[in-house]
Write a protein that binds this ligand. Structure first.
Ligand SMILES: [Zn+2]
Length: 297
């Protein structure tokens, strides 16, 4: 009997099978790793250096998704153009079931939810609100708890394990937040220009005004006339820091440098693995806080 139990428990599908998770972004993969540790195997479809609005729906991802238990996405239509075709193409019934595809944004108190009718002329607007919550430590902590809950529904016996890990991550984020807030406050910087509205949650949390973007409209590359209006805003409001997400073209940087004296332009990662050494959510936010410290002078 003893022998039988051992054999039964060694069958990988019973006792030691890891939950197979795919995430749309590296930021979510990193949280899944923190929560699931050795009980999950996770891969991200988008790389940290890629624009998550626009990922090619490659057949190789469909094959990979065939053996996946769960897909986790940021949501708010960030990835819908490519993740839906990938899930369809995978023909994996688990992912097409209600619980197989999980979008987080709607549960994380989204900001910038558009009011009224949205037209194509407004650019690539996300009807569900801004999906780029990965730069807000508070929402990352909450996302970890939501992910723990979802993993528990797949493996109920590990519920306490997932919850404990998620809480640990949330505590780390909350503790670090205080330190990051103090450091940004110390820089005296209260405004920054960004390329896309990737920093809205970050700016909200750290009380920075980030209402000037290099894009004239979401998803539309900078135009000469819009760049001129950015230059005018920067001069008028004395804005000295420009953060260009490294997913985008930074060809407008020399023009800004030439027109506005003494500014710092930092081309920054906005996802985990977006730059060598940025291996966790914590390191990513630390990198951005350092960009403010560099921009202090
Ligand atoms: Zn966006």
């Amino acid at each position: 009997m003893k022998k039988l139990i051992i054999i039964f428990c060694c069958l990988p599908t019973f006792c030691f099978a890891k939950i197979q998770v795919a995430t749309t972004t590296t930021d979510l993969a990193s949280i899944v790793r923190e929560v699931g540790l050795d009980k999950v195997e996770v891969f991200s479809i988008a790389k940290g250096t890629q624009d998550p609005h626009d990922i090619p729906a490659k057949p190789s991802f469909m094959v990979k998704l065939r053996s996946t238990d769960l897909v986790i996405a940021q949501g708010a239509e960030l990835e819908s153009a490519w993740i839906n075709p990938l899930i369809q193409g995978s023909r994996n019934p688990k992912l097409m079931a209600k619980d197989g595809f999980y979008e987080l944004a709607a549960e994380l108190d989204p900001i910038e939810v558009p009011k009224g009718n949205i037209s194509r002329a407004d650019g690539d607007i996300h009807p569900g609100g801004n999906p780029h919550f990965q730069l807000d430590p508070m929402r990352l902590g909450k996302a970890a708890l939501l992910i723990a809950d979802r993993l528990s529904s797949i493996s109920p016996g590990d519920k306490d394990f997932f919850l404990k890990n998620a809480q640990k991550f949330q505590t780390l984020m909350n503790d670090k937040l205080k330190n990051w807030k103090d450091r940004i406050k110390k820089t005296g910087i209260t405004e920054a220009v960004t390329y896309h509205k990737t920093f809205s949650y970050f700016c909200d949390r750290f009380e920075i005004k980030c209402d000037v973007q290099l894009e004239p409209k979401p998803g539309i590359p900078p135009t000469p006339s819009h760049t001129l209006s950015v230059v005018n805003q920067m001069k008028k409001r004395n804005i000295k820091l420009v953060l260009i997400e490294n997913l985008y073209e930074d060809s407008v940087a020399p023009k800004l440098k030439q027109e506005v004296p003494n500014i710092l332009i930092d081309v920054v990662p906005v996802s985990v693995e977006g730059e060598p050494g940025i291996s966790t959510n914590e390191k990513l936010i630390e990198r951005l806080v350092m960009a403010f410290e560099k921009g202090k002078k």
